[in-house]
Design a protein around this ligand. Structure first.
Ligand SMILES: [Zn+2]
Length: 242
C-alpha cells in the first residue's frame, strides 16, 4: 500500500485561476494557456443562491478549481430560483432524482425540452460544457443523496454532462460535493477509459476513492485531497479546453 501523493489541497491560496467566474468570452485573449473546463450553473425553483452571503455557483467553482488544480470556468448562469415550480422544477420528478440505473431523467421528455430550450441554446457542438443544476430540495428522495453526476446524457445525438445538486450541498460540511460530482464527470469523459476513479480498488466501488480524506470518497463532506493520479486522469477528459 502506498500513500497518495497530494496534488491539490482545496482552498489552497497558492492555486489561482484567472478570469472565472462570470461569463468568459475573452479566453482567446488570455495569456494563460492553462487547461480548463467550462461550466454552466442553473438554479431551479427554491434553490439556495448563496453560501455565507457569497454567490453559490462561484464559491463551488472556486473551491472545485482549487481542489483539482485545474481552471474551471463559469461561462453561463441561469437563475430560475424564484420561478414557478410548475414551470421548471416539476419537470424533474422523484424517480428522475434516483442516482443509479433506475433514474428516469434520460426518459423525461419535459426535462429534455426544458434543457434544450433554456439551458443549452448557445452550446457549441459537439458539447463540451458541464451543466450544474441546483435544485430546491434539501436532499434527494432517498433522503441521503445530495448530488448526482449524469455523464454522457444523450440528447439531440450528442452527449451532455449534467450534475444535479441539492440544497444540503450548500452546507459548509458538504463543501466538496460539487468538486466531487465534477470529478465523476471528468473521469466519465476520458476517451477509451471507464469512469473509474484511478485510486479505487477491488474493495471499494470503482467510481470512488477508498481514502476517507479524498474528495472522491463518498460521502465527500469537506474533504480536500485530490491525488496526482486523479488529476492526471481528469486532464485527459475530452471536455478539457486549452
Ligand atoms: Zn460519487
Amino acid at each position: 500500500m502506498s500513500e497518495d501523493k497530494i496534488t491539490g489541497v482545496c482552498g489552497n491560496e497558492e492555486i489561482t485561476f484567472d478570469d472565472s467566474p462570470d461569463i468568459v468570452h475573452h479566453i482567446l485573449y488570455s495569456a494563460n494557456q492553462k487547461p480548463y473546463f467550462e461550466v454552466v450553473a442553473t438554479f431551479l425553483p427554491g434553490a439556495t443562491l448563496t453560501i455565507n452571503g457569497l454567490p453559490r455557483a462561484e464559491e463551488d467553482i472556486k473551491w472545485a478549481s482549487s481542489c483539482w488544480g485545474i481552471d474551471i470556468r463559469l461561462v453561463s448562469y441561469n437563475d430560475f430560483s424564484g420561478g414557478d415550480q410548475t414551470v421548471v422544477d416539476s419537470r424533474i420528478t422523484d424517480s428522475d432524482l434516483q442516482c443509479d440505473s433506475g433514474s428516469t431523467l434520460s426518459k423525461n421528455e419535459d426535462f429534455k425540452k426544458f434543457f434544450r430550450e433554456y439551458i443549452i441554446p448557445d452550446e457549441p457542438t459537439p458539447p463540451t460544457r458541464i451543466y450544474i443544476l441546483y435544485i430546491g430540495s434539501d436532499v434527494f428522495p432517498n433522503k441521503q443523496t445530495i448530488g448526482c453526476a449524469h455523464h454522457n446524457f444523450s440528447l439531440n445525438n450528442y452527449r451532455y454532462q449534467i450534475i444535479i445538486i441539492s440544497d444540503d450541498a450548500a452546507k459548509s460540511w458538504n463543501k466538496s460535493a460539487c468538486a466531487h460530482e465534477l470529478g465523476h464527470i471528468f473521469f466519465g469523459t476520458v476517451p477509451q477509459q471507464s469512469n473509474d476513479d484511478p485510486t479505487s480498488n477491488k474493495n471499494h466501488p470503482n467510481a470512488h476513492s477508498p481514502n476517507s480524506n479524498n474528495v472522491m470518497y463518498s460521502p465527500s463532506g469537506e474533504n480536500q485531497i485530490i491525488t496526482d493520479e486523479q488529476r492526471s486522469k481528469a486532464l485527459k477528459s475530452r471536455l478539457i479546453r486549452r
